[in-house]
Ligand binder design. Sequence first.
Ligand SMILES: [Zn+2]
Length: 284
Amino acid sequence: MKESDFMPQIGYILLLACFALSAHASEHGQAISREQALAKLRAGNERFVSGQPHDWSADAAKREELVKGQEPFACVITCADSRVPPEILFDQSLGDVFVIRLAGNVITQEVTGSVDYAVEHLHVPVVVVLGHSSCGAVGAALSDTPAEGPIGSLIALIKPSIDAAKRKGFSGDDLGPAAISENARHSVDALVQSSRAIDEGIQKGTLTVLSAIYDLSSGRVDWQTQVSAAVVPASVASAAEDTHENSAAGTEVEKVAPKAQTADAKETKETKHSTHSEEYARRH
Ligand SMILES: [Zn+2]
């Protein structure tokens, strides 16, 4: 065999090897825990807020490494707003975060499908729905001006959150921020209720789903609702349903009883919503 005939075969073998490595990378299971993933996001945002980001890595060596496969440690669903890029505000590198962006960080079937892929095949331990201050999509939904067509269908997904904020007594200048918070929490609800992969991840204790709000001015991410499986015996699970405590990452945790996740999670989150609304009302 001439060398010129041999080289394409070498290339084919290398391609198969890369595919195998890629498959291995996506099937390896969780590389880091939920707590470690959350801590990385929090620390990255702290670096961003303090103006000292350092984790960016997108050079040729990093790109070559990622050709073999991706192993993101978190999935972030956020708005399409140009001021809210997750990789920058969490100070993370190429390949670190699986990002899904849609105006108003609403949940559609396609978004759920994308999150399912991240959870089921890439084994991300953390899913974050990230809303942001001054969100134009929520602002449009607050407007009385009717919207039709594709934008109208987008706004229709946000309207229930505005109604929820109004039911909690928010009005005037407070209604916008409250609706933004409600909208992020609503998206967490929608994800948990619509995705089998997320449901299983929570039940097995391998996945945490959170909502958070990014402040355009300070750069800070304010963590909100967290849905996690309770690592407690079933006998005390019911007692844990209303328990809030601080995790290692310093985030409030809602313990959700296994086998009753959806209904209990909703109930627990409603309790949390009230707490946040009261805090919000006190601050304003
Ligand atoms: Zn927005």
